[in-house]
Design a protein around this ligand. Sequence first.
Ligand SMILES: Nc1ncnc2c1ncn2[C@@H]1O[C@H](COP(=O)(O)OP(=O)(O)OP(=O)(O)O)[C@@H](O)[C@H]1O
Length: 369
Amino acid sequence: MSGSDAGATNSGVDNDDALVMRDVCHHYVAGTPVLRNLNVAVSRGEIACLLGSSGCGKTTALRIVAGFEAVSAGEVYLAGQLVGRAGFALPPEKRGVGMVFQDAALFPHKTIADNVGFGLQRFDRERRRARVRELLAMVDLEAHARKWPHQLSGGQRQRAALARAMAPEPGLILLDEPFSALDSDLRRKLSRDVRALLKANGMTAVLVTHDQQEAFAMADRIALMHRGRLEQYGDARSLYDRPASRVVAGFIGEGVFLPVRREGNRLHGPAGEWPAPAARELEGELEVLVRPDEWSLVAESDVVGSVLDVDYRGTGSLYRVRLAAYQEWPEQEIEVYFKETLRVGEEVRLRLTTPPSRIFAKRTEATPK
Ligand SMILES: Nc1ncnc2c1ncn2[C@@H]1O[C@H](COP(=O)(O)OP(=O)(O)OP(=O)(O)O)[C@@H](O)[C@H]1O
């Protein structure tokens, strides 16, 4: 494909989508795929997040969108325009994409104001000054306009980097682990602030992080990646409540997998028995995900456990409990969350408040983690 194809649009791509990654594949080393048929679309004004553990390919995906890496197969569209496919990659500077990196990457020998104004060369002097002032006010750094980057705190530098990326009003902002160098309180605050700023300015953004809390705090939709594949793409609630796979269930939130067995229309396990779901493909040896807040303490129950340890959480505590053998099921460790105070070693009687709904085929040695 020639560079002149860069302006081509594709009728199959929704023009409301700021970004479409369609069946994107990538490898650095032949035979070792890093991205496998990745499909992600981001609507205009939306904040999306690529979430996953280290090495799952999220930074590679972001670099492909920015134009720093080419795809091996598949296509990338920005605002309906084809910008990447095998053998063709529109250069980064022609993509209208702003970037914020983990370490801010401000120019060390430019003031904060000059950093923010860097992408505004096409503006005349007065307009540029006014826009820089507006942006510095937006990220609450007016008082620091004449300082050098090393004179700012980490959080201030990230805000300056965001202002620099937003200055030319790009169609898309990419944020690569932007808060990972900051302490957890500041991360939380900055995630909220940055989301509010992006939303107030109608910006579209893609965030990369391995931190679920950050993804939940910032993103409208989260693409959970694992080993180069997309496991699920949806809002935080759907990932938490309705994980599409065991990988998602294990990555998002707390909880343990308990073994269960289907017998006819009943599920049997170490914490009782329940009606089985209709899905017939879930047969034989299965596992259910049980969240810590899905247990209740009861006076009467055959499900008995003893408290192993306590993680105090302020409004309540997360307890690790060892269930005694129940019917033919051996001992199991579970996590339970209660407001009640329990002592280590105390015996507890438990019941699941609702029948388990997140049911998966049991993982075997051959199943990827
Ligand atoms: N330039 C490169 N050359 C060869 N292999 C690479 C290169 N960059 C990344 N990889 C490999 O590609 C895979 C995906 O890396 P990538 O950085 O995209 O993952 P990630 O999910 O962003 O991880 P992290 O959270 O640790 O940054 C990893 O196995 C990594 O070792």
